[in-house]
Ligand binder design. Sequence first.
Ligand code: FE2
Length: 207
Amino acid sequence: MATQTILTEDEARDLLARHVPLDETWGAHSVTVARLAGRIADALAAAGVDVDPVLARTGGLLHDLGRNVTHDGILHCWEGYQTLLARGQPLLARFCVVHSSGGMDAEEAASVGWPHTDYRPRTWEEKVVTIADGLAHYGDVVFLADRCASVRERYRERSSAARYTLILRTEKKIRALMAEVEALIGQPVEQLCGAKRLHDEGLRTED
Ligand SMILES: [Fe+2]
């Protein structure tokens, strides 16, 4: 069987654009995640880490593809994963599942009905996309604490207990990933990305 070619960054952008305008809602968020993931990956590469910034950007573009189907906080990750698996893109499909709640271990995955499998980010590319997702509020770059507080606020009333438990853990998980990066690049990731305070007026219903 022929080896499946990984979608290029341009092909990923075209695929995303078929589902959502790139300057609106989750399209803008995806473009911002890709840009930030690329910036963090570039910094890691400059520090001598073996990481592929192009793959990080491509994964960033597609990590939320499942929002084409649903905006449910967990289901959209699974839908994007299945969509990209069906397209023969297992490497890119992983970006959809590993950014869920900052990465779920097997017990956490099972608690929301997923297979009992570890879905935490493993590669540097997966880690930087998961971090970037924590900083990208639509087209804006915000501090992780602000973005997570915004998500907690929006989902408190409409989440199951299992789901909300994961939401409460997300900030700590992403902060741990950022600490891994910062130990190598010698700079706060939020500073590198140009994070700003999030002002909650006009919050929208998707994240
Ligand atoms: Fe996202």
